[in-house]
Design a protein around this ligand. Structure first.
Ligand code: FES
Ligand SMILES: [Fe+2]
Length: 423
């Protein structure tokens, strides 16, 4: 459980909140690269409790600005996107991609330039990688190192990133992704479905057969690694090794033969969250089959694949009849099972009444780390977990069998996958 004030500290992300200010010190995915067209319509993006627009300039780069025009607040989502900048359709002020006002035609010609030079406009550095437009919303004069996760350095054909918009606070999203003990229970219905699913059948079978794995953790510079360990009684252990790159990213254990799977849980505001599902293959292009397996049953819209999920008003279309053969009654989609459970807890859950058990140790650890970081931030310490390019690139999750006398922390996921590919 969390004290009410600690829950507030962790879950409030708007401007001038301690967590909101700290989280702005990390690069975060804002929208899909493919959703922006050069000189095309600006796209509204709500992030961290504020409204922005993302757009692609004439020269091809992605740019990011506040949605409100710096003159009198008209929406820049309505603006003309022309000649490397956004021109407000109200009085014609034009913001260049560099965050400067380059024209204000309703001002007298002789003072126009000097006036424009004095104006303050929000400027936010962007990067494009992994099929996503990333933005830095923080206050430092130079942004932190870009998170060079493996998926950010692959050809487009090797990565598929889609976003789901869900009605819960970002911390619920993160807590769902780091929670190993629900896998063999909430998702167990997919064992009975009689066809291939996004979770490898053997992996899901292992998780379902032993619902209370021994959970160990190992704190790292970027967050932590979690090992969910199931002793198989024959000198081997089934190890599901999850990577958590705080504050936003989780890498989900998967069979060595399957593509890798990352998640980012990025605050839209205190009550909405952007769930990024990032499927990637480091060696070869992703197959359409692998993409379909992960997103089966979800909406076709890659900018919001959760748009057909339902809501609390219709109980997310839970199929009570299906519960005779499917555990949760949500046989449509594995990601939706996770989203629905989080929405069912309330948009910003009150953690003061929780009663946690041994299966929740990772959650307790991550909350402790987040609290320590945000308290430190409040006292002037730098935001933790920004690491080197090499460290980011070394992050990969895996589910595999190891000799029981081997330490799970010595498992190298890339090596396990290479061996499997060679067999
Ligand atoms: S409100 Fe945009 S130019 Fe006046
Ligand atoms: Fe899950």
């Amino acid at each position: 459980m969390l004290k009410v004030e600690d829950n507030e500290l962790l879950t409030r992300v708007g401007p001038r909140t301690p967590m909101g200010e700290m989280l702005r010190e990390y690069w975060m995915p804002a929208c899909r690269s493919a959703s922006l067209v050069a000189d095309g319509a600006p796209r509204r993006v709500r992030l961290m409790g504020e409204n922005f627009v993302a757009y692609r300039v004439t020269d091809g780069g992605a740019a990011f600005a506040y949605e409100a025009c710096p003159h009198r607040g008209a929406s820049m989502a309505l603006a003309r996107n022309e000649n490397n900048g956004l021109r407000c359709i109200f009085h014609g002020w034009k913001i260049g991609a560099n965050g400067r006002i380059v024209d204000c035609p309703a001002e007298p010609a002789d003072t126009r330039e000097a006036f424009a030079a004095r104006l303050k406009v929000g400027f936010f550095p962007t990067r494009e990688a992994g099929g996503m437009v990333w933005v830095y919303l923080g206050k430092q004069s130079s942004p932190p190192p870009f998170p060079e996760f493996e998926f950010n350095n692959l050809p487009d054909s090797h990565v598929c990133a889609r976003r789901g918009l869900v009605n819960y606070n970002w911390l619920q999203g993160l807590e769902a992704h780091i929670d190993a003990s629900h896998v063999g229970i909430l998702h167990s219905g997919f064992l009975n479905i009689g066809k291939k699913t996004a979770i490898d059948a053997r992996d899901l079978g292992m998780a379902t057969a032993n619902k209370a794995p021994k959970t160990e953790m190992h704190v790292t510079d970027y967050g932590l690694r979690e090992g969910a360990l199931r002793d198989q009684g024959n000198g081997t252990t089934y190890a599901r090794i999850r990577e958590i790159a705080l504050p936003f990213f989780t890498f989900i254990p998967h069979a060595a033969s399957e593509p890798c799977s990352g998640r980012a849980t990025v605050p839209v505001d205190d009550e909405w969250d952007a769930e990024w599902y990032i499927l990637y293959d480091t060696e070869k292009p992703l197959t359409q089959e692998a993409i379909n397996l992960l997103f089966e049953g979800t909406a076709d819209d890659p900018d919001n694949f959760a748009s057909n999920m339902g809501n609390s008003g219709n109980m997310w279309n839970q199929d009570r009849k299906a519960m005779s053969w499917h555990f949760s009654g949500f046989p449509r989609s594995i990601p939706f099972e996770d989203f629905i459970i989080q929405e069912s807890m309330g948009t910003r859950m009150d953690r003061s009444g929780e009663q946690l058990g041994r299966g929740d140790v990772i959650l307790v650890q991550v909350r402790r780390m987040l609290l320590e970081a945000v308290r430190g931030w409040r006292e002037g310490k730098p935001a933790p977990w920004n690491v080197s390019r090499e460290q980011y690139r070394g992050i990969r999750a895996i589910a595999t069998t190891i000799p029981t006398d081997m330490k799970w922390t010595d498992v190298n996921a890339a090596e396990v996958m290479r061996k499997q590919a060679a067999e």
